[in-house]
Every structure is written in structure tokens, then in C-alpha cells.
Design a protein around this ligand. Structure first.
Ligand SMILES: Nc1ncnc2c1ncn2[C@@H]1O[C@H](COP(=O)(O)OP(=O)(O)O)[C@@H](O)[C@H]1O
Ligand SMILES: O=C(CO)[C@@H](O)[C@H](O)COP(=O)(O)O
Length: 503
């Protein structure tokens, strides 16, 4: 009988469950999509029940359609979309829809945190407070929905809620807890200074565990619901970017990951916490004990691409859609796109900036627009890399992961805009494979996450920068760098207007 682990990648657009054997082969995979709702401008919510149902459908399909016997499944672990607030009452019932990482309603709370804690906040959490992080969301519910907050007993993050529903046990792992910005990142404990500053009792914070820690067996009730057995062991799991980093083989400090999921992430492995990015980019605990990673986030990366396709090319497949971009040229014939359709995080923490097409000319065709969108997203990644450059941090390997890494055109655009070699994975399953690696390590199949990753992963195609394209993109990028400041004021006025007409 083949023994497998399940890596559950709880994404924003879908949950993907991969059954992985001891050699790292993905023997079966199932996924299930769920919606994101936007009840008001800048809001972004999901129903936690959709995560549980979607995961269960995927697991049932693995058992019934792919014939994975429940007794073959030795362990399960998770990769979870980060920062989302799930509030539970004393009976552990969900109190309101989850407020997601790309929800930017919390600008007032961000100011409040800055005013109350100033530099101390950065020292403890190693991050600036930003709308997307969990603490401002907690404060928003406290201030705006006091009746709901009064009933709140504790909070969880998305994958921790899913794990709770599968095991009946409450916990949060360090890598995800770091993204709440209440964790003391280097001491690996909840910060009493921050909790006390906002009158949050210690009971509001779940127990902390390591990613590879045993979190419980599958509960009787979830076994009945899903067909799994109560023998299956469940492990902590990690924030999707930490799991993605493991699944991408980001194991040394010369390596950077470029991930195009719903969001976009440029992340770098950090051997220790000595480096200080002064909050310009995020700094979080890794899923590997006592290791860290730094990262910058483009709020809408794959999402900007999907949004544009949904609005202007819904019926086409992704490959047909991207083929049109090939008919355009490097630099999209002088058309520039800024991907700030949901506001932005790095390097412009601005909830009210919005995207734009600049340089529109009657010569432009649809292919130019599609290409400009692909390029604009990568220019925003280049902005993150520029922060590393400015800090004198060097790296020579870029590993591309996420749904966007399926496109050879987009991968070449990455190599040309970064001016560096971009490597893919043979079987691109970043976060899901990272979750499987965590389960395999937890089970003792391997001595360490690093050993498991080395055994499970193999690199795929390599995209070299083309000198001629690099030069053209350098010119376009220098124009792109001026776009944020030139469009900020207009964007802010338009967002205020959008709020007015939608209220
Ligand atoms: N064939 C494709 N070519 C290029 N990009 C794609 C393709 N399929 C999906 N994508 C992009 O990948 C994104 C989803 O990536 P994924 O890693 O699955 O996201 P998440 O984990 O956030 O749910 C989509 O928003 C889309 O822009
Ligand atoms: O907010 C962040 C990281 O800080 C996002 O990266 C989320 O973790 C969502 O990830 P995807 O659904 O795009 O994978």
C-alpha cells in the first residue's frame, strides 16, 4: 500500500488538496473553487464554511475518484492564505464572515496602532501595521461591530480554522501568527505589550505551535463527514508564503521566490533575524524552526490578470488570452499598466491607490492591453526587488511559483524585467507541496523540512534574461516608477467618489 500525505493549500480563489507519496510524487490532486465577496469598496470577505466544504469535497473526490484509500493517508498539513480574521464565540461558532488579507477597510485602525505604539510596534513585530494584517481587522470589529465583538472568545486564521474543524483542536503556527502582527517575531510569543495596548485578553489568542508540530488526529465527526480515518495525523502547517517558500525550495539566503497567486509575492529566505529592513518589507517567521523570510506583496497580481480577462475576455482560455499578448511587443507598444486595483502594499502601503493604463494611443490593440497587464504586475515585483537592491542585499536565484508561473511568456517577461535568471519547478505546486513536506517531516519521514524539500523537489525550465529586452524594460520601468506618485491624488479622489456613490 502506498503511503501518502495530504498537502492542503487553502488559497483565496480555491482550495487544492494534493496527495503526495514518500518520494514526493503527486499521486492525485483535487481542488474546489469558492467566491470572495466585496460588500463595500475595499472590503473582501469569505465564508469560512466554504473552506471546510471545499476541502471536504476535494478530499472525498480523492477517496472516491482517485481511489486514495483513507488508511493510506498517514498525515495532513496546510498552507493557508494569510492574515484573514475568523472570529469565534465561546462555543467556537463563527461570528461573522472572515475579513481577508486583501480587505483594506482598516486605515483608521492602522493609524490608531501607529499612534499608540510607534516604533515599539516595529521592534516587536518587525513589521509596520498595514490594512491587510490581522490586528487592524480585530480592532475594526471591536470598534465598528461592538455587539459581535462582545461575543468573541478568540480568533483564528483561515487554515487554523480549517484545522480546528478537522481535528477539534485550536492552535496557530508561528509563521501565520507572525502575520497577525501581535507576535513577538524573535521571541516567538504573543506580545503582551500589544495585547494590553488594545485591551485584548490573553485568552483571545490561540496556543502557538511549530509548523511541523502534531496538532491532533482527524476527529470522529470529521472522519464521518469526509471518509478519512481517525488514525490520520494532522500537523500545524504554515502561512502560504512560508509553505510556498518550502515548496519552491527557497532554503538558502541567495534565493528569492516570485509568486504569482491571487496576490503577488517576492520573498527571500533569511538565515537569522539580524537584518533590519525597517519595516519597508515584511519580516516573518519561517516554517523552518528559527529561520525567517522577508517579503513584499503586490495586492493584486494574478488577480489583476484574472480581473482583466474576466471583464474583457471571459470566454477565452488563459492560453488563448495570453497568446494575444505575444502579438504585442516588449513594453506593450508604450502602454503602461499599474496593478493597484485593490490598493497596494509594497512599496506603497496605500489602500486608496487604484490601477491605471497610461499612454493610451489609438494604435493600441487588445494584445497590447493584455501584455501591459502582465508587464505592470512584474514591474510592481521589480519595485520590491529594488528595495533589496537599495539595502545591498544580493541574490542570484529567482524561483517562480503560483498560477502565473504556468505561462512561458510571463516567465520570460519576469526574467527580462528582473534582468536575472528565473527558474521554475518541474511540478509547480509551491504551497501545496510545501504543506505536504511539512506533514512528511512531522510524521518523521524526514529529519528536517530541508531534507524533505531536497528529496521532493526538482527544478524545471530556466528562463534567461534577453539583453535586448532587458534594456527596453529598464526604460519602461523608470517610467513605471513615476506612475504611483503621478496617479495617487487622482486615485484617492476617485476612490472617495466611488465610496460616496456606493454608500
Ligand atoms: N494558464 C495560466 N497562465 C497564466 N496565469 C494563470 C494561468 N492560470 C491561472 N493563472 C493566474 O494564476 C492566478 C491564480 O494563482 P493561484 O496560485 O492558483 O492562486 P491562489 O493560491 O491565490 O488561489 C490567477 O489569478 C491567474 O491570473
Ligand atoms: O497577504 C498576503 C501575504 O502577506 C497574501 O499572500 C495572502 O497570503 C494570500 O495569498 P494568495 O491567495 O495570493 O496565495
Amino acid at each position: 500500500m502506498t503511503k501518502v500525505v495530504l498537502g492542503i493549500d487553502l488559497g483565496t480563489s480555491a482550495v487544492k488538496v494534493s496527495a503526495v507519496d514518500r518520494r514526493g510524487n503527486i499521486v492525485a490532486q483535487q481542488s474546489f473553487d469558492y467566491p470572495v465577496t466585496q460588500p463595500q469598496v475595499g472590503w473582501s470577505e469569505q465564508n469560512p464554511e466554504d473552506w471546510v466544504n471545499g476541502t471536504t469535497v476535494a478530499i472525498v473526490n480523492l477517496i472516491l475518484k482517485d481511489h486514495i484509500a483513507p488508511t493510506e493517508i498517514e498525515g495532513i498539513s496546510y498552507s493557508g492564505q494569510m492574515h484573514g480574521l475568523v472570529l469565534l464565540d465561546e462555543n467556537h461558532q463563527v461570528l461573522r464572515p472572515a475579513i481577508l488579507w486583501n480587505d483594506t477597510r482598516t486605515s483608521a485602525q492602522v493609524e490608531e496602532i501607529k499612534n499608540k505604539l510607534g516604533k515599539k510596534f516595529l521592534d516587536i513585530t518587525r513589521n509596520y501595521p498595514l490594512e491587510g494584517f490581522t490586528l487592524p481587522k480585530i480592532l475594526w470589529v471591536k470598534e465598528e461591530e461592538p455587539e459581535i465583538f462582545k461575543q468573541a472568545d478568540l480568533f483564528l486564521l483561515p487554515k487554523d480554522y480549517l484545522r480546528y474543524r478537522m481535528t477539534g483542536k485550536l492552535a496557530m503556527d508561528y509563521s501565520d501568527a507572525a502575520g497577525t502582527v501581535v507576535l513577538n517575531v524573535t521571541k516567538k510569543c504573543w506580545s503582551t505589550d500589544i495585547a494590553e495596548a488594545f485591551d485584548l485578553p490573553s485568552s483571545f489568542f490561540p496556543n502557538l505551535i511549530a509548523s511541523t508540530d502534531f496538532a491532533g488526529h482527524i476527529s470522529e465527526s470529521y472522519a464521518t463527514f469526509s471518509g478519512l480515518t481517525t488514525q490520520t495525523k494532522v500537523y500545524g502547517g504554515a502561512a502560504d508564503n512560508a509553505a510556498g517558500a518550502i515548496g519552491a525550495g527557497l532554503l538558502k539566503s541567495n534565493m528569492v521566490m516570485s509568486s504569482i497567486g491571487t496576490s503577488g509575492v517576492v520573498a527571500k529566505f533569511e538565515d537569522n533575524a539580524d537584518i533590519d529592513y525597517h519595516g519597508e518589507i515584511h519580516f516573518f517567521n519561517h516554517a523552518i524552526p528559527n529561520k525567517y523570510y522577508s517579503m513584499g506583496v503586490t495586492l493584486a497580481a494574478g488577480d489583476a490578470n484574472s480581473w482583466f480577462k474576466r471583464v474583457f475576455g471571459e470566454t477565452q482560455s488563459f492560453s488563448a488570452w495570453l497568446r494575444e499578448a505575444e502579438q504585442s511587443s516588449v513594453g506593450a507598444n508604450g502602454l503602461l499598466f499599474t496593478p493597484y486595483i485593490s490598493g497596494e502594499r509594497t512599496p506603497y502601503p496605500d489602500a486608496d491607490i487604484r490601477g491605471s493604463f497610461l499612454g493610451l494611443d489609438r494604435k493600441h490593440q487588445r494584445g497590447d492591453f493584455i501584455r501591459a497587464v502582465l508587464e505592470g504586475i512584474i514591474f510592481s515585483f521589480k519595485d520590491i526587488m529594488t528595495i533589496y537592491d537599495q539595502q545591498g542585499v544580493d541574490f542570484d536565484t529567482i524561483i517562480a511559483i503560483g498560477g502565473g508561473a504556468k505561462s512561458p511568456l510571463w516567465l520570460q517577461i519576469q526574467a527580462d524585467i528582473f534582468g536575472k535568471r528565473v527558474t521554475t519547478l518541474e511540478n509547480e505546486q509551491g504551497p501545496g507541496l510545501g504543506a505536504a513536506i511539512i506533514a512528511a517531516t512531522g510524521l518523521g519521514w524526514f529529519d528536517s523540512v530541508q531534507e524533505a524539500a531536497q528529496s521532493f523537489l526538482s527544478f524545471g525550465m530556466v528562463y534567461e534574461p534577453k539583453a535586448e529586452n532587458v534594456l527596453k524594460y529598464q526604460q519602461m520601468y523608470s517610467i513605471y516608477q513615476t506612475a504611483y506618485r503621478s496617479t495617487a491624488e487622482i486615485s484617492h479622489k476617485l476612490v472617495a467618489y466611488q465610496r460616496k456613490i456606493s454608500s
